[in-house]
Ligand binder design. Sequence first.
Ligand code: A3P
Ligand code: MG
Ligand code: MG
Length: 397
Amino acid sequence: GRRPALDHLAEDSTAGESQTYELSYPPKSKTAAAVPFQQPSTLLTFSYTPERVLEFTDSALRYYVDPPLRAELKYGYERWIKRPEEKGRLDGLLKAVLKYRSRVDAGGADGAAWLRDIAVVSWRGVMTKILTAPYEDRDGWELNVMLVDGTLYLEEHTSNEKLVEKEYMEPRHRLFSYFGYSFESYCTSSHPDRREVHAEGRSHPFGWGGDVDTNVQWCAVVKTKLGDQRLVIGGEVDCVRERFKGSTDTLVELKTSMTIRGPQDEAKFEKKLLKFYFQSFLLGVPEIVVGFRTPQGQISTTQSFKTIQIPRMVRGKPHAWDPSICLDWGHRFLQFLKSTLASQTNALRERSVWRARFSPGSGVTLSPLDDSGVAEVEAGEDRVGFLPKWYVDELKG
Ligand code: A3P
Ligand code: MG
Ligand code: MG
């Protein structure tokens, strides 16, 4: 096959069909050329109901309220309705993409042409993993990759073993995970100007926003641009400051973190800010409210951060990170995926699912899945690779 014209790219085709392409680990010592990132704008929003039904409404939207002093995060743990762990399917996002495309058509423009112009469709969590890889020294990841009509689709690959592992979380980790959702409850209300009002006869701690049901989510789908690549990204948004009229200006991300007791904790927190930063940056969320908690789960203080100011806070520190390194890497990574997949012969293109593997300290490999790999991704469902058949049919129809 033809070699994609990219730096740092090696093709190892010794094993005949099982080609593996490599992209070397991003250098973080030197400064990167600034790849521009366009301010994201909202295409549409949607909600998941308690029954986990996706609807194009803002029924799951929550409004920010200051949490009560010394909120106890363990409250309500035994009533947590926990959404089962699932594979990182794109289905909900793809439904939204089709919805938006039909709106483009209805507006008299060409929806199909709009979609062909999109380089990448993925969830925000996937994009965050990609962009923060230069500073990730612990956790690897795997993506399933498809190129359809010039658009890359990226989903996180979760093996069945890993899914089971995630579902049976250690009790302590399960509780810590609950703390994050509990904080969201204390910080939000379903009404714009007042705290949640509970049904008569239910007594809850002051400021409780309602029992946690992680099936319920409010999501935004945005378009943005990384260098020359147009991206459509979907992700959950925790709440808004004011009435939502479609702008990202009022979106708020909520986070919990351990109270900082010394320089070591501070360094750990500043390292964590990299993920907080990109998670919010990618959707254009301008504000992150962090609740600092004790190990037992009591909020001690909250602090609001302006997303765009976060890189400045860590600059010059020993454990500093530089977002331009991440953007440069992300741009090169996406280019690598696209040029590698686009340069394949037809025979290989038909076996159309690829696996990208990131290993901290070594880099990324990319190889086509064989038939059993594709079968695992399709999981016996009505899919073309990992894309639902209804989506692919709609593109072709
Ligand atoms: P915290 O981030 O405050 O700990 P998000 O912050 O993205 O809105 O996610 C809400 C909460 O989901 C997190 O709150 C955390 O408790 C939980 N969570 C997110 N990712 C997780 C993971 N990989 N494992 C366990 N819990 C997770
Ligand atoms: Mg969230
Ligand atoms: Mg959050």
